[in-house]
Design a protein around this ligand. Structure first.
Ligand code: TPP
Ligand code: MG
Length: 653
């Protein structure tokens, strides 16, 4: 007996419920609901037979009522009755009498039927791969083993890669960093309960920085939902505020469609999508021909054009301005060629936010470097003296401090970011690359501005002298930040990816490091310490051919030190520059600024370089200025993962 579904209106013709046998229906028979022809009907594939076989097999299971251990006759190959009376639970040593036969109908992995060899997880993973998911970062465990098995199978064919981390927080940081670098989503995987909650920080990092990311969390078995069993937390609720889209994968779900919707949401909203996998569902067998899906026809290009009217107004403002300046944020990172071309044609200086550091090399004659708390006086001067700001892909954070009283043209792909904190003169809704290309085509209508290159060069000269003065400072208690970053500016390759952390070390990087064309990855709006090292793992996955650098403090690295073993295990050649000032330097400074006693910020550290060696990486410690250049080069030229621990002065920042 079978069921046939109308693919137009979903009406089900059920032979079981008194419906005519399908073969006996006339060829001109039509759907009683929508009148579609017989040809649009499709046979409904049923999992009932599989579920029945599971229920059958589970009647021979016995549950220890003390520790929940399940004795499975099928697995053990011995019937319950055949066990001696003095047999005890192998987990908690309870006697046989506390065991209870499991009568519950459990939907579980079915025994393979002929022609069936795929599981729900295979469909999920195959569809993820079709959507371009190349990396999964995470930790395998009890409640995700079915899914892990499907990932393993496809990783063996090289279609997806799995990086097993030491803390799930590192998995979500790595996936977030992957998205920050590539603009594409990666996935992070955890078990139920504590594994899932460990993912939350990195997911928030991705969310607030507008990065697509996919979280895959295991869950305890469906039939246990509710009473608060071991590792049971309501993951839908726990992820509600971070995930823009979150759904459980259940028996009879349209599995491939759930992946489609998850990734469509992640990519188009640049946000967090979450799929919850109850343990048993992961291994439900599906027919070999169950369709996997792909993004084809499901996603539109996001290169949206701005309204012509807004663009005309912006061009008019630019025409009349004497000293316009461009401020680029991280959202402009894939559109820099067009922006630099535009700026060069019109002589407009380009300032960056901290998150956008290096999007234009500091050596470019129109570059002003970073603005704000991690910035320099060059950009501050240019902004203060400008009569129009063109803000591209930046979000007006306090850290950047864009002067809101100036006339402002703001362009962003997200209409909610436009004029979010205060009114701007002209908000333009459009993809930045598309908008700037349109402006480039109409550039003749705008007057070329007076050349600011000489003035800029003079300001840079003054700032470089000041940096040199600070680099020369020496209290005999460690190297100064300006000295460290002067060396790194010369020695880090132009094409490197630099993942940074949070703290005074990061602010100093913003101020003193002279960017060439390196990509900089940071925990922007969340500002989470600990991000730098796992982020380097994720960024390396995004572009393994580029040199990968992590710059952190001792406090931040302390949170994810275990990930050094991950880098060694997977031969990820991260060059780690660790500024060890034996304190949570940024917090000490805040306590001083607020006239409080510096308290609880001193750190009891290991010898980090020895720790690196212990993990199997190269570890070098530098205490003297004279040895810095040589040791930086040694670490950068090392083939595998390497750490340069620099004893730095917490005051000279
Ligand atoms: C997860 C998290 N916890 C706490 C903080 C607050 N915080 C900001 S910077 C910082 C100190 C970082 O110390 P360290 O890595 O040694 O950097 P330093 O300032 O000494 O260069 C702390 C605790 C944070 N931003 N994120
Ligand atoms: Mg420190």
């Amino acid at each position: 007996m079978a069921q046939y579904i109308c693919e137009v209106c979903q009406y089900i013709h059920d032979e079981d419920k008194g419906g005519e046998k399908w073969e006996n229906l006339q060829e001109n028979w039509t759907c009683p609901l929508c009148s579609s022809p017989k040809s649009v009907f499709k046979l409904v594939e049923h999992q009932d037979s599989k579920i029945n076989s599971v229920i059958e097999s589970l009647t021979s299971q016995y549950l220890c009522e003390v520790c929940q251990y399940i004795y499975d006759e099928n697995k053990e190959g011995k019937s319950w009755e055949a066990l001696p009376d003095d047999w005890v639970c192998p987990l908690c040593s309870s006697p046989k009498s506390v065991f209870k036969k499991i009568e519950t109908e459990i939907i579980s992995a079915a025994k393979p039927e002929p022609g069936i060899s795929k599981t729900v997880s295979d469909i999920i993973v195959d569809t993820m791969i079709n959507w371009g998911i190349k990396y999964v970062f995470g930790m395998v465990g009890h409640s995700n083993l079915g899914l892990a098995e499907a990932i393993r199978k496809r990783s063996e064919t090289g279609d997806i890669h799995f990086i097993g981390v030491r803390h799930e927080g590192a998995a979500s940081f790595a996936a977030s960093a992957y998205g920050k670098l590539t603009g594409k989503p990666a996935a992070c995987l955890s078990i139920a309960g504590p594994g899932a909650t460990n993912l939350l920080t990195g997911l928030w990092d991705a969310k607030v920085d507008r990065i697509p990311i996919l979280a895959l969390t295991g869950q305890i078995d469906i039939q246990f939902f509710g009473p608060g069993n071991f590792q049971e937390i309501d993951l839908s609720k726990a992820f509600e505020s971070v995930a823009s889209w979150s759904q459980p994968v259940l028996p009879y779900s349209n599995y491939a469609e759930l992946v489609n919707l998850a990734l469509k949401n992640a990519i188009q909203k640049r946000d967090v999508a979450h799929l919850i996998f109850p343990n048993h569902v992961q291994e439900i067998e599906v027919p070999e021909d169950t369709e996997v899906s792909s993004p084809e026809g499901r996603i539109n290009p996001i290169e949206i054009s701005p309204p012509a009217e807004s663009l005309d107004k912006a061009l008019e403002m630019l025409k009349n301005a004497q000293k316009p300046a461009i401020i680029v944020g991280h959202g402009a990172r894939f559109s820099m060629d067009g922006i630099i071309q535009f700026a060069e044609k019109l002589n407009i200086p380009i300032i960056t936010t901290f998150k956008a550091k290096g999007l234009i090399p500091d050596s470019h004659p129109l570059a002003c470097g970073v603005l704000g708390r991690s910035g320099n006086p060059v950009s501050a001067y240019i902004m203060a003296n400008s009569d129009l700001l063109m803000v591209l892909g930046a979000s007006f954070s306090k850290h950047t401090g864009i002067m809101q009283q100036k006339p402002i043209i703001q362009i962003d792909f997200d209409p909610l970011i436009l004029g979010k904190f205060h009114a701007v003169t002209i908000p333009i809704w459009g993809e930045i690359g598309t908008s700037i290309n349109l402006m480039n085509q109409q550039v003749n209508q705008i007057c070329v501005k007076s050349d600011c290159r000489k003035e800029l060069a003079e300001h840079w000269e003054k700032w470089r002298q000041e940096k040199q003065r600070r680099a020369n400072q020496d209290n005999g208690t460690g190297l100064s930040s300006a000295f460290i970053f002067e060396s790194l500016s010369r020695l880090i390759p132009d094409n490197a990816i630099i993942a940074v952390d949070v703290g005074n070390n990061t602010y100093s990087f913003g101020q003193y490091f002279e960017s060439a064309s390196q990509s900089v990855i940071m925990s922007g709006y969340l500002g989470s310490i600990g991000f730098g090292y796992p982020a380097a793992i994720g960024a390396w996955a995004g572009d393994p051919d580029r040199p990968i650098i992590a710059i952190t403090g001792d406090g931040g690295f302390g949170q994810y030190m275990g990930e050094l073993t991950t880098a060694v295990k997977y031969k990820i050649p991260i060059k780690h520059i660790l500024l060890n000032n034996s304190e949570l330097g940024k917090i000490s400074k805040e306590q001083r600024n607020e006239n409080k006693t510096v308290w609880s910020t001193e750190l009891h550290n290991p010898d980090f370089s020895k720790f690196a060696e212990n993990c199997g990486a190269l570890g070098i410690r530098v205490t003297q200025k004279t040895e810095l250049d040589e040791m930086v080069s040694k670490v950068l030229n090392h083939k595998g993962p390497a750490m340069l621990e620099i004893i730095s002065d917490a005051q000279l920042i």
